[in-house]
Design a binder for this molecule. Structure first.
Ligand SMILES: C[S@@+](CC[C@H](N)C(=O)[O-])C[C@H]1O[C@@H](n2cnc3c(N)ncnc32)[C@H](O)[C@@H]1O
Length: 268
């Protein structure tokens, strides 16, 4: 790379970190270069320097979104990390029984698999009627994945861990090995684009539980801590935070009380 290309690339790397909390350390520099090169091709931009200029400019929302989308990894699937979901099913859901409603947030939801998995677990444990009293919000920084979540169409890779009877109950085959999620599940899940780095979060009513899994490891330590603190502020007293088992909450000092691997609770 020429010095001006390096400067352009470094501007983008810093912008992703400061603006989106997406952290690419030196050892992942090549990966970011590959991903941003794709944006250059698709948007017919000649260089990283020129891309940096566009991202920095006013009114360049589309290209900013494209850079964010290219840099974020959207890998997800239904029933991810069964151990954590088992805790949700057996330990958390019963605490809200009799409350009349369920209010959960899948923060960094990617294509919606996690939000719909929560809805399936609620339907399976509390009965289908409970979905009418359920609001699950899914948010992600990337616009294309939010659109896919709204569509609710999935292929074999994302459905690999869905038991056959669940697949039959909650999905409709639409051909080409694709399945669409049932209307009841779609009705209780809402998807929006949102940057977890823009804090505080704008919710008037607190959530009973927040799933924020497999995203914190893209953030640097101060951002991880600021994020889980901001999640704390929008969770009701006694409510829960789920992270991935690989995202060690003990390394992120905060007001949350850690109750297990990937699970924390807000004091009452
Ligand atoms: C690996 S996926 C995790 C999906 C799901 N939570 C799971 O555990 O399967 C990470 C998601 O985080 C999103 N993401 C990255 N940075 C973000 C930010 N600053 N705000 C919101 N979402 C972000 C990415 O777009 C991506 O869809």
């Amino acid at each position: 790379m020429t010095p001006s290309e390096t400067a352009g690339f470094e501007f983008l790397r810093t912008w992703l970190n400061d603006r989106c909390g997406i952290h690419y350390p030196d050892k992942k520099r090549d990966l970011l270069e590959q991903r941003l090169s794709r944006v250059l091709r698709v948007y017919n931009v000649g260089s990283f320097q020129s891309l940096a200029g566009k991202v920095a400019g006013d009114g360049q929302h589309d290209i900013q979104l494209a850079v964010m989308h290219a840099a974020s990894t959207n890998h997800t699937y239904f029933f991810r990390e069964e151990d954590v979901l088992e805790q949700f099913r057996t330990r958390i859901l019963p605490t809200f029984r009799g409350r009349g409603e369920y209010r959960f947030w899948s923060a960094a939801c990617s294509t919606g698999d996690e939000a719909y998995t929560m809805a399936i677990i609620i339907a399976e444990t509390e009965g289908l009627a409970a979905l009418r009293r359920t609001q699950i919000l899914g948010t992600d920084i990337s616009a294309p994945v939010v659109e896919r979540a709204e569509l609710g169409i999935y292929g074999q890779r994302q459905l690999e861990y869905v038991p056959r009877d669940i697949l039959q109950r909650y999905f409709r085959p639409i051909g080409m090995d694709q399945y669409q999620i049932s209307p009841e599940l779609r009705a209780c899940c809402t998807f929006r684009r949102m940057n977890l780095k823009t804090r505080p979060y704008p919710f008037k009513r607190p959530f009973q539980a927040v799933f924020c899994r497999n995203v914190l490891y893209y953030f640097d330590k101060p951002d991880q801590i600021a994020t889980i603190e901001a999640l704390f502020d929008v969770t009701e007293p006694g409510g829960w935070l789920f992270t991935s088992v690989t995202e060690n909450l003990r390394e992120m000092p905060s007001r949350w009380q850690i109750v297990g691997s990937g699970i924390a609770r807000k004091g009452t």
